[in-house]
Design a protein around this ligand. Structure first.
Ligand SMILES: Nc1ncnc2c1ncn2[C@@H]1O[C@H](COP(=O)(O)OP(=O)(O)OP(=O)(O)O)[C@@H](O)[C@H]1O
Ligand SMILES: [Mg+2]
Length: 249
């Protein structure tokens, strides 16, 4: 199935505030979707709704449907859904333990046993995230001593340990410098060979560089979505044009 995730008339309210309004969106497998829009338009809420974190807010009301591989996310056991759909946060989230244990912790939590087994997977995930050569001699060092960019790659490696199918990334480069941003962007493009990726970004050029599709949100509505080249070359909606010109947001 080409569409990995489908959002149908998805609305989210928190108390009296309507945060997402009738969003219809299809997310293709092994593609990168960039979600852009001004602060407060609902980008983070969108990601938190897809993996059902939003439902932990007492006042949240969700209507409409989200289908993951054709099945409502509410028919998938929560632990399985959160395993299949990983979330990477804006700030790197290393646990206060060694580099090795950051990944071993995630693996053991998901039932992986045996040192050889753990070593093998940890090495593979660190390699995939381009971190192995940098850390292979310091695996017992505290992850908190890594640079911001290394911490973010470690956070990504950790989220990959449970073999997700989809990675939701909420502004993963916003705390990084240009050099580390480039490393993470290259990594995201590489990961899209094996994972479906939804990346929220404030950085329009980043969306342009790496995304297959770009979606523009405004006040909780999906205003426009297209393949990235066409989206930037030929925006259809007046609001999109103004946003791309930097007139607001
Ligand atoms: N827990 C909450 N309770 C009430 N309102 C909330 C809550 N979380 C978010 N909101 C509101 O929902 C709207 C959308 O927030 P959201 O964090 O999804 O925006 P965003 O597009 O990610 O913004 P930013 O670019 O600043 O990260 C905002 O008006 C925000 O104030
Ligand atoms: Mg946000």
């Amino acid at each position: 199935m080409k569409d990995h995730l489908i959002l149908k008339d998805l609305s989210v309210a928190l108390g009296d505030a309507e945060i997402l309004r009738k969003v219809n969106l299809a997310i293709s497998r092994y593609k990168i979707l960039a979600v852009i829009g001004p602060s407060g338009c609902g980008k983070t809420t969108l990601l938190r709704t897809i993996n059902r974190l939003i439902e932990e807010e007492k006042q949240a009301r969700v209507s409409g449907e989200i289908l993951f591989k054709g099945k409502s996310i509410h028919q998938i056991p929560l632990a399985k859904l959160r395993k299949d759909i990983g979330l990477v946060f804006q700030q790197p989230t290393p646990f206060p333990m060694s580099i090795y244990d950051n990944l071993a912790y995630a693996l053991k939590y998901h039932g992986v046993r045996g040192k050889d087994n753990l070593d093998k997977i940890i090495e593979a995930k660190l390699k995939l995230c381009g971190l192995y050569e940098e850390v292979k001699d310091h695996l017992t060092m505290s992850a908190l001593k890594l640079s911001g960019g290394q911490q973010q790659r470690l956070s990504i490696a950790r989220s990959l340990c449970v073999e997700p199918e989809v990675l939701l990334m909420d502004e993963p480069c916003s705390s990084l410098d240009i050099h580390n941003t480039k490393i993470i962007e290259d990594l995201i493009v590489k990961l899209s060979e094996q994972y479906t990726i939804v990346i929220v970004t404030h950085n329009l050029q980043q969306a342009r560089r790496i995304a297959d599709y770009t979606a523009f949100f405004l006040e909780g509505k999906l205003m426009e979505m297209n393949n990235t080249e066409a989206f930037f070359a030929n925006p259809q909606e007046e609001e999109t044009k103004q946003y791309l010109q930097g007139l607001f947001g």
